[in-house]
Design a protein around this ligand. Structure first.
Ligand code: ITT
Length: 191
């Protein structure tokens, strides 16, 4: 039950390992030296498929790719597929700054995290999407997680993803919701 994950993001890899804990998860470096396909898609599913297919060229193991991001409703879905490259530097800290700036004075601060997982197995493609809804606060709080976690408060909670333990975040995240459905398919394939 080996799966290769097509990501360069170590935080994603850690969460995927925690969620798919009864599979053996390998990083892309297990099958290829460097891996950096151009994410030219307009949707999370297009981009995760680009990543999964391009790594699948180097291995016969099943390949899983995650494309994800934050969509803020009053900003017409920004940063969306540009979440990791929202600011000029693309650093988490600068991305957060830009988002907080863009939301200044906006009443509607509702948002969602989206994740599209693409799984390539024996040339077949399986895609599943997961979402978690919440709101964006006006300053970062919390040390855990990555990316926009310090400003995202999921519905039904009064703490950010970055204030949650990995276990708490992984129980309700967009990534978890997409992976729960991928897991069903994997169980069906592998038994
Ligand atoms: P790979 O393409 O190598 O997988 P990446 O970080 O470039 O890594 P994406 O293009 O999918 O991945 O961008 C995802 C960005 O969305 C990520 O860098 C964060 O800024 C944000 N994001 C996604 N999931 C998140 C989460 O669980 N918590 C906080 N931010 C998240």
């Amino acid at each position: 039950r080996i799966i290769v994950v097509a990501t360069n993001n170590k935080h994603k890899l850690k969460e995927i390992k925690e969620i798919l804990n009864d599979f053996e998860i390998l990083p892309s470096s297990a099958v290829v030296d460097s891996f950096n396909p151009e994410e030219s898609g307009k949707t999370f599913c297009e981009n995760s498929l680009i990543k999964a297919k391009s790594l699948a060229e180097f291995t016969d193991y099943p390949v899983l790719a995650d494309d994800s991001g934050l969509e803020v409703f009053s900003l017409n879905g920004e940063p969306g597929v540009y979440s990791s490259r929202y600011s000029k530097t693309g650093k988490d800290e600068d991305n957060l700054k830009k988002l907080i700036e863009r939301l200044k004075g906006k009443k509607d601060r509702s948002a969602r995290f989206s994740c599209c997982m693409s799984l390539v197995v024996d040339g077949n493609v399986i895609q599943r999407e997961g979402y978690v809804y919440g709101r964006i606060i006006d300053r970062p709080i919390g040390e855990n997680g990555f990316g926009y976690d310090p400003v995202f408060v999921p519905d039904g909670y009064d703490i950010t993803f970055a204030q949650m333990s990995p276990k708490q975040k992984n129980a309700i995240s967009h990534r978890r919701r997409a992976l729960a459905m991928i897991k069903e398919e994997l169980e069906r394939i592998y038994g």
